[in-house]
Ligand binder design. Sequence first.
Ligand code: MG
Length: 206
Amino acid sequence: MSDLRPSKIVCVGRNYAKHAAEMGDNVPTEPLIFLKPPSALLADGEPIVLPPGVGRVDFEGEIGIVIGRRARAITRDEAWEHVEALVPVNDVTARDLQRADDQWTRAKGFDTFCPVGTPVPLADVDLGTLSVVTRVDGEVRQRGDAADMAFDVPAILAFVSSIMTLEPGDLVATGTPDGIGPLSAGEVVEVEVSGVGRVRNPVRQG
Ligand code: MG
């Protein structure tokens, strides 16, 4: 488990046009959100466990937002005041199950499916050049700029907080860029957010 203790983990789906396209889909007209259970959290260095019999399991490198102040129906302009830190997140996904199920709870919710790094205070991050890179065994597989998000962080936080109150410590994963792919036992996957750091995890078969 990680040191983060969010009451909930809110994730955004298809938030980069090129990733939506590689999934055979478009960017939605409103943010598409889903939840991961806090029981899926995994600390840096701990193994991602591939559940037996679920088929393909993918990495999704993402920029994570840690909420610092309770946010209820906030505006875009108020959004950053409610952010405490940024953190690298891997939204690990059982892709075959995601395709099979209308709801993604199972595909996104296995134990170890939410590796997170060490949060870095917002004031220490250069938001102008924010980007995420995913490497598997040291090879770059994803590279995305926050500037290419369909819905930027203020838009996401305004939208989510219009539905559910965001509590201090809650984690918001802002979507993955294109380049997603499968993980195999024995590999090491690393998600790095510029100016924030990385979360690196070995993969093993369960
Ligand atoms: Mg994702």
